[in-house]
Design a protein around this ligand. Structure first.
Ligand code: COA
Length: 224
């Protein structure tokens, strides 16, 4: 099972990448991914492709099993050489869902998620925006390959790395020098919630809890 690391460079790679995303975030259940993935895989492929093309900071690294050519895992690194939050947090209405309860919940979760960034990540840095490994390939160093790509960039640029980690990702990031410095809870609320609103919250397993983690840049002393 030889593993190969690639940096995504063209539209043709998105279907396999998104296929990997759907498998990778499937276990354990991840309510945030449920609202991100949207109603269909075709729509998801087109959206992830357009987000990537519109964002010069985006670098998708993916790992294949060179015996099968299957995507075993991937990581999206954003390289922010300047503070990306000088105008406040990004706004991402969940336009891929039809108007209704799920979209209302998704909009609230995204607003809560992004509002945490400016005060914590408001300076030049690298950010891990996605990180997953297909359940059949876990604990074989897949995510570590993509992690090393980004950590090398951090060291070259002299920048800290940040991530908003799930409960499940925390141990992996700690193994790569990240430390928890804060945590967050994402939830949705409304006045007099309908039965559907309550059911959707249960289905998404809200509230979601996660950790702000940082891998500080440490300058190496020259040995001369
Ligand atoms: C977190 C995740 C990406 C790790 O991927 P992976 O390819 O299995 O990781 P690696 O094999 O490169 O792990 C390297 C080391 O990290 C640590 N590690 C990895 N997964 C871990 C976990 N779930 N808990 C604790 N430590 C973990 C271990 O020290 C591991 O070495 P080991 O396998 O010899 O014990 C994978 O478990 C996953 O996709 N989880 C679901 C999605 C998710 O939560 N992603 C994080 C979103 S922020």
């Amino acid at each position: 099972m030889p593993l190969e690391l690639h940096e995504l460079s063209g539209d043709a790679e998105f279907p396999a990448l998104v296929d990997g995303l759907w498998r990778g975030y499937d276990q354990p259940f991840n309510g945030f991914w449920e609202i991100l993935k949207g109603p269909s895989k075709e729509e998801c492929i087109a959206r992830y492709q357009s987000w990537h093309k519109a964002d010069p900071t985006s670098h998708w690294l993916y790992v294949t099993d060179s015996e099968t050519n299957q995507v075993a895992g991937a990581m999206q690194w954003n390289i922010f050489e300047t503070n990306p939050y000088i105008n406040g947090p990004p706004s991402l209405p969940a336009y891929w869902w039809p108007e209704g309860t799920l979209k209302e919940i998704a909009d609230q979760l995204f607003a809560g998620f992004f509002s945490g960034r400016p005060s914590r990540f408001g300076r030049p840095h690298l950010l891990i925006s996605y990180c997953f490994t297909d359940p059949n390939y876990r604990h074989r160093g897949v995510a570590s390959l993509a992690m090393k790509w980004g950590l090398k960039k951090c060291d070259e640029l002299g920048l800290d790395a940040f991530v908003e980690s799930t409960e499940d990702g925390r141990g992996f990031y700690e193994a790569h020098g990240f430390e928890v410095f804060d945590d967050f809870t994402l939830d949705a609320s409304t006045n007099s919630p309908s039965e559907e609103f309550t059911q959707q919250k249960v289905a998404l397993q809200l509230p979601l809890h996660g950790y702000y983690m940082k891998r500080p840049f440490v300058a190496k002393l020259s040995s001369t």
